[in-house]
Design a binder for this molecule. Structure first.
Ligand SMILES: Cc1ncc(COP(=O)(O)O)c(C=O)c1O
Length: 396
């Protein structure tokens, strides 16, 4: 029979050290990987300066009241011209809260862009949380949804689920929705007793490119979701904005979803830092993306979708190369570059050097194709990365 465990032995079972002894090197390496990752802008990492500022945040319990979180929410409401704002953990949670809060009694349908995050990447959340039927639409101009695309699909009478909500996304795949089309859609929706939500995860880019105040961009919508952890480089966080009554109700659902967070002052401060110091960097990001696009065009690569903001889509087949070859060769470089499929995302921590290196790689692959050289083997990537020396090729 073993002796009763002592508290000392339980302490030993419980304690853990999650900080690697080589954290300085590892984190520098992570920043290096992020600076060469074209797969997504969610890889942007918090900086020492951001964390230093965040340590000064208030320490309240945000389910009740936290001053820094409250200050951020007040600022976001003011910035977007809405009555209230709610800080939540993620863009997905924010969109799902909006859908759940807007819709009351099924049956109902939600009209959205077929390419949208709500339609493709939220684990069927609208059906799961709200019992909503999504009606995804493909834009006929292959760029953005117009009222002409939407109105035939909106269900006002008949036997299908009535449409109670339209969800737009701006930017969608890095493309900007013209504000005049948004206003037309919103007017039509409101005339027909339909609410309009915007997934504005990357709306910051629209404000930066078009010099339009956020309040103007948000005006046609009943609710807007704005992410801080993508192009703006905060570690996490999204704000949902809307009317006072809407946010009050969303707050209950946030709690019911398990999303009531406690000492979020540190997150609010990291977000405030991102808004203050990272948002002004977006024009530089857009200029880099345009440089990348021009470099690809000069090489003879097809541009499937141009760099209106920070995202472009390319097709290397006109120069005789496939996506897998680009992805594998980029991951096998001594300083790996992460590329996944046709989408290229440029972000605040990407360097001009990464873009030059990527273009140089394509040039080399193109030359090799021309010369008929194949079967090239590249050295393995440094340790501490996945098999290809970069980020795992998961969906972002
Ligand atoms: C347009 C858009 N909306 C929402 C989200 C979801 O954000 P999160 O990953 O924070 O849930 C993403 C994620 O990349 C996105 O690109």
């Amino acid at each position: 029979m073993s002796a009763d465990p002592t508290f000392e032995s339980i302490i030993n079972q419980v304690k853990v050290d999650v900080v690697s002894p080589t954290h300085d090197v590892d984190n520098a390496r992570q920043l290096e990987l992020a600076s060469r990752c074209f797969a997504t802008d969610t890889v942007t990492v918090p900086t020492k300066e951001m964390y230093e500022y965040a340590t000064k945040a208030s320490l309240g319990d945000a389910v009740f009241h936290d001053p820094s979180t409250q200050a951020l929410e007040t600022h976001m409401a003011h910035l977007t011209g809405k009555e209230a704002a709610l800080l939540v953990a993620s863009g997905t949670m924010s969109n799902q809260l909006a859908i759940r809060t807007h819709l009351r009694q099924p049956p109902f349908s939600v009209v959205c862009d077929g390419r949208s995050h709500i339609n493709k990447y939220e684990s069927g959340g609208a059906a799961l949380h709200t019992g909503a039927h999504l009606i995804p639409i493909v834009p006929s101009n292959r760029h953005h949804l117009t009222l002409k695309d939407i109105s035939p699909h909106v269900v006002l009478v008949g036997q299908s689920a009535p449409t109670r909500l339209i969800c737009l996304e701006n930017t969608v795949d890095g493309l900007i929705l013209p504000q005049s089309d948004i206003v037309d859609i919103s007017q039509f929706a409101h005339e027909n007793n339909i609410l309009v939500h915007l997934d504005g995860a990357r709306l910051w880019h629209v404000a930066a490119t078009t010099n339009t105040p956020m309040s103007v961009l948000c005006a046609p919508f009943d609710s807007v979701s704005l992410c801080f952890s993508k192009g703006l480089g905060a570690p996490m966080g999204t704000c949902l904005v809307g009317s006072k009554a809407f946010i009050q109700k969303a707050k209950w659902f946030r709690k019911a979803f398990g999303g009531g967070m406690r000492q979020t002052g540190i997150i609010a401060a990291a977000v405030a830092y991102a808004l203050t110091y990272n948002f002004p960097q977006l024009p530089r990001v857009h200029a880099l993306a345009k440089c990348l696009e021009q470099g690809l065009r000069d090489l003879g690569v097809r541009i499937l979708s141009p760099a209106e903001t920070c995202i472009l889509f390319y097709d290397p087949s006109p120069i005789g190369i496939g996506y897998q070859e680009v992805q594998d060769s980029a991951a096998a470089l001594p300083r790996p570059i992460t590329i996944v499929g046709p989408r290229l995302v440029v972000h605040i921590q990407m360097t001009t050097e990464a873009i030059d290196d990527f273009l140089a790689l394509l040039r080399t692959l193109k030359e090799k194709m021309k010369d008929g050289v194949d079967g090239v083997t590249y050295p393995p990537g440094p340790s501490g990365t996945d098999a290809k020396g970069g980020y795992p090729t998961a969906q972002f």
